[in-house]
Every structure is written in C-alpha cells, then in structure tokens.
Design a protein around this ligand. Structure first.
Ligand SMILES: Nc1ncnc2c1ncn2[C@@H]1O[C@H](COP(=O)(O)OP(=O)(O)OP(=O)(O)O)[C@@H](O)[C@H]1O
Length: 966
C-alpha cells in the first residue's frame, strides 16, 4: 500500500481521536472532509479503545515518480476491489486503532513532524503537534539536534522490527504514535519469540530487578529492535549477560539475520517474505545514500548584538540549509512511507495469509478432532472386534481342544480296534496258515500213502493179473493139452477099441470076411478111408492144439501188455512222485511265506507297541480315573452324585452338598469335576481293567507303570486293587497271557514280583517271613533307572498260578501286621512290584519294565487333636507321604524349570522314584465313597486328584537296557 496522508488529514485524524476519546458514545464528526470517523461496526462492540478512521486516498504519484521512475503497481490490502487496485486506483483506507491512549510525550517527541509528500501541498510545512525545541532567539524552529523528532531510521530499524514496527510507523505518519501497535501486528510470531516482539512499552511494570535478562532484552528491544532482543532473549535463556546483544548488529540491512529479524511462524510466510524484495534493505540503501547525518548549523563567528541584519542573514542561511535538509529528510520520509506502504501491503497479504492459515488451522483442527473421534470410534470398534476375536478364539480353542480330545479318543478307540483287529486278523491268518500247513502236510502224507498204496496195489494187481493170466494161460494150455491128450487118448482108445473091435470084428470077420475078405477088403478099404478121415481128424486136432498154442502165445502177449501197463503205471507213479515233490516245493514256499508273515507280524508287533505308546502319550502320561463304589447294604444315607456324560465320554462327575452361607441360609452347592474317566457304581472290576489293560501292556513293552489307588478308608481301594478280580490279579493274568502270545513272535519274558508295605516310613516285606515284619530294615537302591530293595523277597513268577501264592502270602502278612496295629491295612501303603524283562530271540530286542500297583493308605485327614500316640504318628506319616506324592507329581509337571524333584521327602516317593516322572506312565484311581457322611473327605480327595490330573508330565521313555540292540 502506498498511502501518504497530508498534514491536514493527519491533523484531522488527531482531532478525531481526541474528539472520540472525549465522546465515545457516538462517532464524532470528521473535522476534515478527507477523514471519516466511523462508528464502531456491529461486529466490533463500542469501546473507548477502538476507533476506525477512513482516510481518503491521495495520489502519491509525485512521490512515486521521484522515488521510482517506473512505479510498481500499488495495492491496497483492504481494498474491496483488487482488480481496481491492479488498475492503480487507490481506494479509501480504513484504519483501526485499538488503543486510543495518547502517545507518551517522549514518543510524540518534540517536533513530531508530519510532512506531506504531496507536491500540491507545497511549500512543505512541518507541523508542530505539541512542542518544539526552543531555538536561540525564542523562535520555535525544529532543533537540529539528535533528539529531533525527525525520523531517525538508525534508531528504529524497520527491517528488524518487522511488521509491528511498520504499524508503529504508520501510527507515526497517520495519528502519531497513538496506541500500541499490537492490533496491527502481523500474524503472531512463534511462541518462543513472542517475548522478543513485545515492545518495551508493553512490558510489565512489576517485573523485578532480579529479572536482569528480561530487562536486558527489553532495553535491547527499545534500543536496537527485535534482533538484539532475540539475542537478549537468548542471553536470558542461557543466563549470559545482555552485553552479547550488540546494538550494531541490529542495523537495518546490517548483520541482522533474516531468520531472526522476521519472526514468522509459517514456512509459507517465510518464503513469501523472501520472495518480496526486502524493503528494509532498500531502505538501508536509501538511507545510506541520503546520508542521514543529523543537521548541524554552521558555525559562524558571533555577530554583534546590533548586527541584526547579519544575524538575520545567518538565520536565513541556517533556515535555508535546514529547509534543504528538511527537504531531503522529507524525501527520505516519503521513501520510508512508500516502504511503509509496501510493508503494509505485505502485512495485509500476510494477514490474509494468516487468516487463511488460521481458517486452515481451524479446519485442520476440526478435521483433527474428527479424525480423533474417528480414531476413538475405530479404537472402540477394534477393541470390540478384538474382544469378539478373542472370544471366538477361545471358543475355537475350546472347540479344537474338545475335537482334539474326541480325536484322541477316536484314535485311541480306532487304534485299539485296529490293534485288536490286526491281532485277530493275524491270529486268524496264522491259524489259517498253520491249518493250511497241517492240511498240506496231511495231504502230502495222504498222497504219499495213497500213492504207495496205489503203487503197491497196482503192482500187486498187475502181478496178480499177470500171475492169473499166466496161470490161466498155463491152465488153458494144460487144459488144452490135457483135453487134446484126453481127446487124443480117448480118440486113440476109441480108435484102438474101434480098431480092436474092428480087428476082432475084422478077424472074426476076417475069417468071415476073409471070406468075405474079398468082400470085406473093399470094406477094409472103406475103413482105411475112415482111418484117413480119423487121421485127418487127428490132424485137425493137432491144428486145434496148435491154435491153442497160438492162444497161449496170445495170452503171453497179453501178459506182456499187462507188464507194459504196469510199466506205464509205474511211470504214472513216478509222475505222481514228481508232483508230490512239486507240492513239497510248494509247501516249502508256503513255509517261507509263513516265515515272512511271521516276520511281518513281528514288525507289526513293534509298530503296535509304538502306536500303543503314542496312544497312551496322547492320553497323557499321568491320568486320573475316578471310581465311585456302590453303597453297601448296611450303609446309611448316600450322597447325591451325578454322572452327566456316562453314555458318552464318561468323564464328568458332579457332587451336590448342602452349604450354609454366611447369612446362615442353606443351599445346594454343585461340585463338578472332570477326569480322564469316571466309573459309576455299576462298573465292575472287569470294566475298569479294560481301561487300564493298555497301561499293563506298556509294562510289557518296556515302560515303568505306576497305578495308584487313592481315597479315604472304605472307598474301595483294596477292592479295586487286590480283590480276586482286582487290578493286580488281572494285570498279572494279562501279562502272562500276552507274554505267551508273544513267544510266537520271538519274545521270552521273565517276571518276578515283590510285595512291600510302607508303614510309618518303614518298608516291610509282605512276601517274607511274618516274624520279620517291622524288624528287617529294607533299603531302597536306585541304579541306572533300576530300583532294587535289599533284603526283600522277590518271587519269580512262572505262571498266573504263582500269583495266587503271592497274594496269599501278602494277605497273611498283612493280617499278621493288622494284629499288631488296628486297621493297619488302612494306615499303610502296599506296593506290588512286578518286574518284567523280555528278550526277542529273533530280533535281538530287549526290554525291561516295571508295573507298580499301589494301594495307598486312607487319605482322610484325622484331626490332630483326636489322634495321639501311635495313631498320631501314623497320621503324620500318611500325611507326609501323601503330600510328598502330590509335591513330586506337581514338580514333575513343572517341566524343565523345576530342577529338583523331592523324591526323598518320603519312603513311598523314593521307592517309586523310577516309576514316577518322565520315564513312566502313571494312573491314579481316586476312589469315592458314595456316603453323604464322607462328602467332605470325598471333595478333598477329588480336589487332590484334580490337581494331579492337571499336571502334564513329559513323554515317557522306554527303560534303557544296556545290551539292547533294537
Ligand atoms: N466296587 C465295589 N463293589 C462292591 N463292593 C465294594 C466295591 N468297592 C468296595 N466295596 C466294598 O467296600 C468295602 C470297603 O472297601 P475297601 O476295603 O476296598 O476300601 P479301602 O478303601 O481299601 O479301605 P482301606 O483303606 O481300609 O483299605 C469292602 O467291604 C468292599 O468289599
């Protein structure tokens, strides 16, 4: 903006101000037509400290022409029409003065001059607002001293003051230094620089003398402008002396650093400032050019008092010089005004920018708030989502866990079925093969026998036939010969008789015939013919005989044929022999197949062991079964016990007790528990053994197995463990059965059993002599995973019958012990230890397992006050060993972090050291009495069992056998 006010206008403004101060109720009439005194607008509430003036424009063309041969386009920052501004049209300017306090006299200064740059107002006049220095002669000419009110750029460095100073200057030009410049300040500087920007006059009066750095800063501001003030502030901040603020450094266009001289907050603003040519720099150049040295009147020789003319001439000369100087000053002032206007333009631009920035800032803040709200909403949604997801995850985890459990059970069932099927199949196949083999053997023998028989019968038949044929032919020949001979003899005889007869007849007749010989000679001749015929007949007979001979020959040939037949039969027999040999080969192949099948069976047995172990591992190496015994006939009120899932998994049990609240109200309380298996009172020992048979099998497979029965006295521990169909007899029975079956697969097992009692932390041999009870000191030794007991009877078990002997001996000894201490069986732990060692003669595998079946002492807690003497000792020892057992199990569940397992805390845990923990499979029966009277003890037992079931013992390992080469 380039606005130059003529002196009249300024006077009018001053008059308006004073008038306004006197009468704030209404806008005073303007004393000058160029100035409109405006009433406070609606938006600005009436205030004695707010005055709005409208200064009519005055063309600065002359001034501009002087200063700028090519004047830049002028803008009025508050022009309503920017296009008009661009056309060099100057519009009225509104000034708003926020403070109407009169300027201090020192600031108004003597000779506060308001000069117009308007050449139309020439001759230029200086306006003495309030006072002027007395000059020699009493005239009130402006004093040519350094204290003159003439603008002294060096004392008010524009560039360094920034726009606030520009406002002050406008005040100087327009309405004196009326009011504080704060209202006209450019956009607020940064907070750190705010104190530096504050003019000295606005500083608090109540600052103490101790605020030395603040004072230094203030003085720096008043003396040198903000640059020094910044430095002074820096001094204040660092506690250094204000001496560091060198006034010289704050000169206009001097060493003042733009960064410090222009305390802008926005980068844009700074850039804008840098883009606009720095007016202060121009100013500095102008000032340098103008030579702003203060006016000094020429030194002349003192004129005599009477030399009025001379003095007048001096005065006029002085006056001229001063006027010249004044003209220069005025010129400088015009230039300064132009700079001021430029600065005002910049300020207005910056203000606009600032307002834009403010609005942007508020928009951004609103957006930020919106974002924040959105963020909060998003966070809330995310939280809700996360909660949902967590819930879903938990549900899924539960579902998965349930599924995994189901899968494990299914797998277990499946593998059990598979194993059984496999076993059955293999057994069946084996039986079939064996039967096939036997059949083949029998067939082979039968064939051989049949062939031999056939052969012999054929031979005999052939021989017989041959003999018969020969005989027949011989007989025939003989017959024929005899017949022939007979016929021949008969015929001979006949012929001889006939001949004799004939001869006699002939002789008689010879005589007669001789007579008749002649007659008869003829007849004789006839007879001769007849003889010839007979001879012929004889000949025929002979031919018949020869025919018979031929027949005989034929017979011989048939005998030969028979012989051939015999030969062919013999060849058939040899063929059959070959086929038998072939079959023998087949039998051999089948035998080999059988061997392969057996080997496969053995491999599958190993696999089955592995699978079996995996299944048990999946079930957990420590498992807890709960068994509720049925109430006995004589027993009173039963407790309410529910078995919610007996038809499905049979894992849950729910007990109901009456509990009295603190208010004395009785209510039924549910106590739900979940175990690996829950057996209701209807389950018998066989059903229960089915569930543990796999564990028993593990002992055969080379694992250490420990089965406990835990519960209060009378809950059914002994019944479960040592009854005739209890776990111990059934386990031993199964072991023998399985061991026998495994012999086919090359396994041979040796078994030996011990039975000990832990009573009052002492071990007693239940298979030893009853007289040694409580006398022998049995020591426990652990060596490379094997436990041995010194001086303890170990019985080799050759068959299940031996077990009866073992059980009988043990129960005898317990009975003897029971006579020593009442109810001792309930107050001691009995441990049956079955050691199994197996070796496979085919594969060379070896394994060693131990099966420990433990009937624990009654778990009921006897009140110490009731127990005394031996009973107290018993109770203490039972409590000690049971709690030691709990400690060992929970330490085992602690994983690798737990370095020490307190096995040695009781004899029981020390005895079972190798059968508890990572190398073993443990099963605990928690036995439950169904009686209401035992409810409290039952709950205690179930809680203990629950803790045990929550323990996760690591994977069991096979007992390492040094010489094993699996
Ligand atoms: N499942 C069952 N079916 C039938 N009767 C049972 C059953 N369980 C236990 N009993 C009977 O309950 C009574 C107590 O059982 P048992 O002696 O086995 O208890 P216990 O817990 O071993 O007691 P203790 O700690 O005194 O040895 C016995 O008479 C037993 O025959």
């Amino acid at each position: 903006m380039k606005a130059v006010l003529n002196s009249t206008a300024k006077l009018s403004a001053v008059a308006a101000l004073s008038s306004y101060r006197n009468n704030t109720a209404s806008a005073p009439a303007s004393p000058n037509p160029d100035i409109d005194v405006l009433s406070p607008t609606k938006s600005l509430p009436p205030s004695p400290n707010v005055l709005r003036l409208r200064l009519n424009p005055i063309s600065p063309s002359e001034v501009l022409r002087k200063k700028y041969p090519n004047p830049p386009p002028l803008f009025l920052c508050n022009s309503p029409n920017k296009d008009a501004s661009r056309n060099n049209t100057i519009h009225p300017i509104d000034f708003t003065f926020r403070s109407l306090l009169p300027p201090p006299a020192s600031k108004l200064g003597v000779n506060e001059a308001y000069q117009t740059a308007d050449p139309n107002n020439a001759p230029q006049r200086s306006i003495d607002m309030q006072s002027s220095l007395p000059r020699p002669g009493g005239s009130r000419l402006p004093a040519p001293s350094s204290s003159s009110g003439l603008p002294q750029p060096h004392q008010q460095p524009l560039g360094d003051l920034g726009e606030s100073t520009v406002n002050s200057r406008i005040g100087t030009f327009g309405a004196s230094t009326i009011g504080k410049p704060s209202a006209l300040k450019t956009p607020a500087p940064s907070r750190t620089l705010a104190p530096m920007k504050r003019p000295a006059s606005t500083l608090d009066n109540n600052e103490t003398a101790n605020d030395r750095p603040a004072q230094i800063a203030r003085s720096a501001i008043s003396q040198t402008g903000p640059t020094a003030a910044i430095k002074a502030s820096a001094v204040r901040t660092t506690g250094k002396s204000a001496v560091a603020a060198k006034p010289g450094a704050s000169r206009i266009g001097g060493a003042a650093k733009p960064g410090l001289a222009r305390p802008q907050t926005s980068m844009n603003l700074r850039n804008r400032q840098e883009a606009v040519p720095s007016p202060t720099e121009e100013m500095s150049a102008d000032e340098d050019k103008a030579g702003s040295a203060p006016y000094q009147p020429k030194k002349r020789s003192q004129r005599a008092g009477w030399d009025i003319k001379g003095r007048l001439a001096d005065l006029e000369e002085d006056h001229r010089e001063m006027m010249d100087k004044l003209a220069d000053t005025s010129q400088q002032k015009d230039m300064s005004s132009m700079k001021v206007i430029e600065l005002e333009t910049i300020r207005a631009t910056l203000e606009t920018k600032n307002s834009h920035l403010q609005s942007e800032l508020s928009r951004d803040q609103a957006e930020l708030n919106k974002c924040r709200m959105e963020l909060l909403e998003e966070q809330r949604l995310r939280r809700v989502e996360a909660d949902d997801a967590r819930r879903q995850l938990l549900n899924e985890t539960d579902e998965l866990r349930r599924k995994a459990r189901d899968d494990i059970d299914n797998l277990e069932r499946k593998s059990k079925t598979e194993v059984n099927d496999l076993m059955t199949k293999h057994k069946f196949e084996l039986d079939e093969l064996r039967m096939a083999f036997d059949r083949l053997k029998m067939e082979e023998a039968e064939n051989k026998r049949r062939h031999a028989e056939e052969l012999s019968s054929l031979k005999a038949t052939a021989a017989r036939e041959l003999e018969d044929a020969q005989q027949r032919s011989r007989n025939e020949i003989l017959e024929l010969r005899n017949k022939n001979e007979l016929e021949m003899s008969t015929m001979k005889n006949q012929y001889q008789t006939e001949i004799a007869t004939l001869r006699s007849t002939c002789e008689t007749e010879l005589v007669r015939v001789r007579a008749e010989l002649k007659v008869e000679t003829a007849a004789h001749n006839e007879t001769k013919d007849e003889l010839a015929i007979a001879q012929k007949m004889n000949k025929d007979m002979r031919s018949t005989i020869s025919e018979q001979s031929v027949n005989s020959l034929n017979m011989e040939s048939s005998a030969r044929a028979l012989r051939d037949k015999i030969c062919s039969l013999e060849s058939i027999i040899s063929e059959r022999d070959n086929s038998i040999r072939l079959r023998d080969g087949n039998v051999h192949d089948m035998r080999q197949n059988l061997e392969t099948a057996m080997a496969k069976l053995r491999t599958e047995e190993t696999l089955r062991r592995k699978l079996h172990n995996q299944v048990l591992e999946l079930k957990g190496n420590i498992r807890v079964f709960c068994r509720v015994r049925p109430p006995l006939e004589a027993e009173a009120e039963p407790a309410k016990i529910d078995f919610p899932d007996q038809d499905e998994e049979a894992k849950d049990i729910k007990l109901f007790s009456m509990e009295r609240s603190t208010l004395g109200v009785e209510a039924v309380k549910e106590h739900p528990f979940t175990f690996d298996k829950v057996f209701n009172p209807a389950s018998n020992n066989n059903i229960i053994f089915e569930e543990i048979s796999q564990l028993v099998q593990s002992a055969l497979d080379g694992y250490n197995v420990c089965i406990f029965a835990y519960g209060q006295t009378g809950s059914g521990k002994t019944y479960t463990m040592t009854n005739k169909d209890g776990m111990i007899p059934q386990a031993v029975d199964q072991i023998f059965r399985t061991a026998t079956q495994l012999t086919e697969k090359g396994w041979t097992y040796t078994m030996e059993g011990s039975f000990v009692e832990v009573y009052n932390e002492n071990l007693n041999d239940l298979l030893g002599k009853d007289t040694d009870l409580d006398k022998k000191k049995i020591e426990i030794r652990h060596d490379k995973g094997r436990t041995t007991l010194t001086e303890c009877t170990t019985i080799p078990l050759d068959g299940p019958d031996m077990m009866e002997e073992v059980m009988r001996r043990a129960s005898n000894n317990r009975m003897v012990a029971a006579t020593k201490a009442n109810e001792r069986s309930s107050r001691s732990h009995s441990v049956f230890i079955l050691k199994l060692a197996g070796i496979n003669s085919i594969t060379g595998e070896k394994c060693e397992g131990t099966l420990n079946l433990v009937d624990l002492a009654g778990s009921e807690r006897l009140s110490h006050s009731q127990a005394t003497g031996d009973r107290l000792k018993e109770t203490q020892n039972i409590n000690k060993s049971l709690s030691a057992l709990g400690d060992v199990i929970s330490a085992l569940g602690g994983g690798k972090e737990v370095k020490h397992i307190p096995y040695r805390n009781s004899k029981l845990t020390y005895l079972l050291q190798n059968s508890l923990g990572g190398n073993s499979k443990t099963l605990m029966f928690v036995m439950v009495s169904p009686l209401l009277a035992h409810m409290s003890e039952t709950l205690t037992s179930l809680k203990f069992a629950k803790k045990v079931s929550q323990v996760n013992i690591g994977t069991a390992k096979k007992v390492r056998v040094d010489s094993a080469s699996p």
